[in-house]
Design a protein around this ligand. Structure first.
Ligand SMILES: *Cc1c(COP(=O)(O)O)cnc(C)c1O
Length: 459
């Protein structure tokens, strides 16, 4: 480490520690340790202010799908900020980037979705989902259909409405939840298996958990229920891939009761699962589809809600004015970055490449880590993965919370120049889609080493 680098690191850490309140962080703990300062990035690697490189197996925060340093996206955003840095889409105006992006989205999303409502984030997209679902039923003369059924441990964002929609207890404890949102069980087979302490048939479990949605609808009365919302694969909850029986059953239930199905594609969208959208993988044909993160590969903040034709028809032809929108809905520079990102994905045929080559290789090698004594389960689809660390893999016994095994492993990963995230005791990955096979090999090597060091620490 050079002298100037060390001095700079201290400067940034000092300012940051003195003035920056970080998201989802214990500020007192951070003050004692100082933040790692990330200064630059290229491809799938980050560089910190001391000059250390890290293989970023989280693509930032699940978002930098096309990797860092993509010239096409940078050039498009730069050109747009000169041409028209801002204008709104209120008052019957629009601009080329928003128009072009809505057209491109109609092309890459499922065939029955042809309209986008733009937001600046996934949280705002989910706030929009709630307002839109309520609006839809109101226009149809059923304003009492208000309840949205979600799932425990779901993540839908951090505004009051989005965190209510989510199923994170620690978030609900700080401020409660808004009315008309209820939570049912998540399809987390491994957690349930550990909890039960005896065998549990995954497919039967999948059907049972799906059935709990129908039970909830019956309990509340279908005339009170507006929608069911879920991520195709739960991300922030710990990369939870549902049993095969789950989604077909859920789809049947939503169809049977005629409630709206909302697929939160903020993580699963834009190639993450080896398909353009998670709903393509499970053939869900949702009514509303919040998107964000991979939409611009995280280069600029932009999100939106994709609206199915049957909902759009009601809102457009019967609804009148929808009193909702944001100053930055469809922001021209963010939209230009998203357009360039999607065109780049198309040009590189990245979704097909992930589907045919990268994801199968990543999933195969990821499962090799399942041989490690600490790893009780390997989960994953496409470019999503999780390693569940356990105390006793033969008997499905988890660590105690105080063992902090996830945090220990995350620290070793960082020290081994690898970024994995810990969700409880699950080490999770969501790397850039542009990851090469040689980088997957490097990941496996560093992950194995991190697991070894973690095991040593807890013995
Ligand atoms: C990240 C995330 C959100 C929230 O998006 P923000 O841009 O952070 O507001 C919503 N839903 C899911 C599934 C997410 O992963």
């Amino acid at each position: 480490m050079s002298q100037t680098k060390a001095v700079n690191t201290e400067k940034w850490q000092g300012l940051d520690g003195a003035h920056h309140l970080h998201p989802f962080t214990n500020p007192k703990e951070l003050k004692q340790q100082a933040a790692r300062i990330i200064e630059s990035a290229n491809g799938v690697y980050l560089t910190d202010s001391d000059g250390n490189d890290y293989l970023d197996m989280m693509a930032g925060l699940w978002c930098v799908n096309m990797g860092y340093g993509q010239k096409d996206i940078i050039a498009a955003a730069s050109a747009q900020i000169e041409q028209l840095p801002y204008y709104n889409a209120f008052f019957k105006t629009s601009h080329p980037p928003a128009a072009e992006l809505s057209g491109l989205l109609a092309e890459v999303t499922p065939a029955h979705m042809n309209h986008t409502f733009f937001t600046s984030s996934g949280s705002e997209a989910n706030d929009t989902v709630i307002r839109m679902a309520w609006r839809y039923w109101d226009v149809l003369g059923k304003p009492e259909k208000r309840v949205i059924i979600s799932r425990k441990n779901a993540y839908h964002g951090s505004t009051i409405a989005a965190s209510s929609l989510g199923g994170m207890e620690d978030m609900h404890k700080q401020g409660g939840i808004i009315p008309d949102i209820v939570h049912v069980e998540q399809p987390h087979w491994f957690a349930k298996r550990c909890e039960l302490g005896h065998d549990l048939d995954a497919n039967e479990f999948g059907r049972e958990v799906a059935q709990s949605i129908a039970d909830k609808i019956e309990e509340l009365g279908v005339d009170k229920v507006a929608a069911f919302i879920a991520e195709p694969i739960q991300g922030a909850g710990g990369v939870i891939v549902p049993p095969e029986t789950y989604w077909p059953e859920v789809k049947k239930i939503c169809d049977h009761y005629g409630i709206l199905l909302v697929a939160d594609e903020v993580i699963c969208g834009f190639g993450r699962t080896g398909h353009w959208f998670g709903t393509d993988l499970y053939d869900l044909k949702p009514d509303l589809m919040p998107i964000a993160k991979g939409l611009s590969s995280g280069y600029l903040p932009i999100g939106g809600v994709m609206v199915a034709d049957r909902v759009a028809d009601v809102l457009i032809n019967q609804g009148g004015e929808f009193n909702h929108g944001f100053t930055y809905s469809g922001h021209p520079v963010c939209a230009a970055a998203a357009v360039a990102n999607i065109k780049l994905m198309q040009k590189e045929n990245i979704v097909q490449k992930v589907h045919d080559e990268t994801a199968p290789y990543l999933q195969k090698r990821l499962r090799e880590l399942g041989e490690h004594a600490l790893v009780g389960q390997v989960r994953g689809v496409g470019m999503l993965g999780a390693l569940e660390l356990v105390k006793d893999k033969e008997n499905f016994i988890k660590f105690d919370k105080d063992d902090n095994v996830g945090t220990i492993c995350r620290t070793h990963s960082f020290d081994n120049h690898l970024i994995m995230r810990a969700v409880g005791d699950a080490m999770i990955i969501s790397p850039p889609l542009v990851l090469e096979k040689s980088e997957i090999d490097l990941f496996i090597e560093r992950a194995w080493k991190s697991l070894d060091l973690t095991q040593k620490d807890i013995k």
